[in-house]
Design a protein around this ligand. Structure first.
Ligand code: AMP
Ligand code: TRP
Length: 344
């Protein structure tokens, strides 16, 4: 068997976002903005609203429907173009769930128990978590490998899941003596791979944080955004001229990183202009940059949401195109594993 190398696979990018709550500025800077930027002729881009992942914790069915459409609207409002990318919801392409089962037989139970996201989400009473929550990373590996994706853009919090995806691909290739799955590269790049809570610089900004003041939602209006930034936790010291000076000031570091990511600058460029000034000057400037960057997205999202049938049509077309890639790879996987095919 030759060593698996990604050069034998055509460049393909895959990523997904759960429709488990309203999306945040963390999702935008860590994921959506980058998804849009990666479109082009270098690699095929496949983007997915991962509704099967969302139901690993309880979702009200009616709310899940509207959040799935809202997530699709957020992709498009952030610049994901259905003509350039494939955009669909996971549950419409059954290859994901089938491949996940095959990977349940490759992945080891111990790998799953080590996942920090499982420990965080399952909490103290992990015996009572859904079996799906434990198996979640096998479904994520299935999402990626059913497209033989070579690269996956995500925020920092998904690094461990991507390592597990690589472990599954390598073990499958090794056990069956094939070079069937690429060893996927994580793309965790930029200054906003981990946007932190506005209330606590040690916690990531999250759609599931009980405090709405901790995050900026993609649906927040300009006044709300400005107010949340004004109230963001900071310290009383002036800003230094370089990021090195913010080592022990997580809240300050976070706001400077957010500014830099929104303005497409480096954090040091931002600090170069604000050196010696306090948050009394910095926060209004950040609010202005944030409102300017987010307002068009919020507006486009509500335009898309006004026409749910159109969103569904985009997702349906995406699902057809996704299925056309996924089905032959799934069929070949089953064949490699010795699963008898009796129907064409
Ligand atoms: P999720 O909302 O958990 O489905 O995450 C969707 C994508 O957004 C993943 O690539 C995450 O890594 C990314 N993401 C979520 N929260 C943040 C955050 N606070 N900072 C940066 N990226 C994030
Ligand atoms: N687990 C990811 C998250 O919570 C979402 C996700 C599911 C995903 N499948 C994926 C991300 C495949 C990248 C690739 O953020």
């Amino acid at each position: 068997m030759s060593e698996p190398t990604n050069s034998t696979f055509r460049p393909r990018i895959f990523s997904g976002i759960q429709p488990s709550g309203g999306l945040t500025l963390g999702n935008y800077l860590g994921a959506l903005k980058r998804f849009a930027a990666l479109q082009g002729d270098q690699a095929e881009t496949v983007y997915c609203v991962v509704d099967l992942h969302a139901i690993t914790v309880w979702q009200d069915p009616q709310v899940l429907l509207s959040r799935t459409r809202e997530a699709a609207a957020a992709f498009m409002a952030s610049g994901v173009d259905p003509a350039q990318s494939i955009l669909f919801n996971q549950s419409q392409v059954s290859a994901h769930a089938e491949m996940a089962w095959l990977f349940n037989t490759v992945a080891r139970v111990g790998w799953m128990y080590r996942m920090t996201q499982f420990k965080d989400k399952a909490g103290k009473n992990s015996e009572n978590a859904s079996l799906g929550l434990l198996a979640y990373p096998a479904l994520m590996a299935a999402d990626i490998l059913t497209y033989q994706a070579t690269a996956v853009p995500v925020g920092e919090d998904q690094k461990q899941h991507l390592e597990l995806t690589r472990d599954i691909a390598a073990k499958f290739n090794h056990d069956y003596g094939v070079n069937h799955f690429p060893i996927t590269e994580p793309l965790i790049e930029g200054v906003a791979t981990r946007v932190m809570s506005l209330r606590d610089g040690s916690k990531k900004m999250s759609k599931s944080d009980p405090s709405d003041a901790s995050r900026i939602n993609l649906t927040d209006d300009a006044d709300t955004i400005a107010q949340k930034i004004r109230k963001a936790r900071t310290d009383a010291d002036p800003l230094p001229g370089q990021m090195d000076g913010l080592k022990d000031r997580p809240e300050a570091r976070n706001l400077v990183n957010i500014y830099a990511a929104l303005a497409d600058e480096t954090p040091d460029q931002v600090l170069g202009r604000f050196e010696g000034q306090g948050f009394g000057a910095f926060k209004p400037a950040l609010a202005e940059v944030a409102v300017e960057a987010m307002a068009p997205i919020t507006r486009k999202m509500s335009e898309y949401m006004a026409d749910p049938a159109q969103i569904d049509a985009v997702l349906a077309d995406g699902a057809e195109r996704a299925d056309a890639i996924a089905r032959p790879i799934l069929d070949r996987t089953k064949e490699i594993m010795g699963l008898l095919r009796t129907r064409r």
